[in-house]
Design a protein around this ligand. Sequence first.
Ligand code: OOG
Ligand code: NI
Length: 461
Amino acid sequence: MISQWQLRAAFAARLSEMYGREVPAYNTLVDVSREVNEDTLRAQGADAERLGSISRVTAERHGAIRVGTPTELRHVARIFGALGMRPVGFYDLREAAASAVPVVSTAFRPVDADELARNPFRVFTSLLTPADPRFFDAELRSRLETFLAGRELFPPELLALADRAETERELPEEYAERFLHLAVQALELSAEPIDRAWYEELERVSAVAADIGGVRSTHINHLTPRVLDIDELYRRMTERGIEMIDTIQGPPGWKGPDLLLRQTSFRALAEPRALRLADGSVMRGALRVRFGEVEARGIALTPAGRALYDRLLTLADHEAARHPAADRTELARTLWAAHVPATERELAARELAYFTYHAAPDRPRNGTQPPTTLAELERRGWVRAEPVVYEDFLPRSAAGIFQSNLSGAGSRNTEQEGAAYDSEWLSGAIDREVLDPYALYEQQQSLSITEVGRELGLDLN
Ligand code: OOG
Ligand code: NI
């Protein structure tokens, strides 16, 4: 029998193999990431593994896919459900000021700490929003919805196997093999010719709309390795002559602990695609859709920590606007140094970040009474705090990442009110609860505190 986590790990590995065949530059990114991780481990020793073992980090990937209808998203949820991945978080990319994209998104990922440790594979999954009149007028919306209703992204056999794996939490080997084969195949780039006029019509609204609704299949858009030192990776990729987007998204590199998520990417590469013209003939064309992204993960922030992060982002924007000649990253770094605690202990004390707590194996056992607060227990060596890794995404960075394949800005009718899509709507549409990431982190932290309290005979919650 193949268990869910084994299916998940195998799926991630096969997807990686397939994507490397389709987009060879991805292999370069994976190679450079591995080199940087090995060098970081050599230089920092055990500290390098504070946010995940080197084996987890080396295997760690996130993918991104994009679909067109709630039904398609429901199918995606069943396939990832088979792999023990649940929808977490709601991201509205339609709102990002400079780079609005007509999608709303969630991320499918494992939620339990032990499942994450086994294999943390996650997929950022976006759903097109044809009902948003800022992007689509009624006539285009109707043609788009008709087009989407007429395609099938995932064969019934794949969905049936997925349901079985989700219910039984495992699959017999030969079924597992078939499931993995069909699941990877569903995300390969299709060779079917693309209706050029239709694709270009959607492209005028948004390149992402065309990538989703202009073709009769879906595909993995990018697959992202995790790196321990993203500044170093950026330097090495640039040295190899690979043109990266001009910044690393997310928090600036700084002297304190890694927080949240930092990401960067190289621009989409031209890939050969067959295009069908109005007269029915087929020509060889090229589209720039898929790119390479890499990320560094840090500690998960509490709502207060996240509010501080968002405030500093806004402040950095203001500062950058006032000093156009200044380096925005430097401005951000200065702001961070002034406002963000630079040690894990202080982040915990100010409840800005999440930690799990564990009774120290070498705590006093000579009958001494332990202190009664978590902070004192930690300070005096009775308890160790371990940072909780941020397992999710950042909407502003995501909007920036989408730009990696947008050559034009598209068009948007700002006179119109946007259509309402939110987390609840998404839960209803896919018939599964979209989980709140903060609740998951909070629960992990508080369970560990209860457990420590039990071991030390204290009431800490
Ligand atoms: C998804 C962009 C978001 C990330 O890492 O923030 C994303 C997409 O391009 O489909 O993957
Ligand atoms: Ni990504």
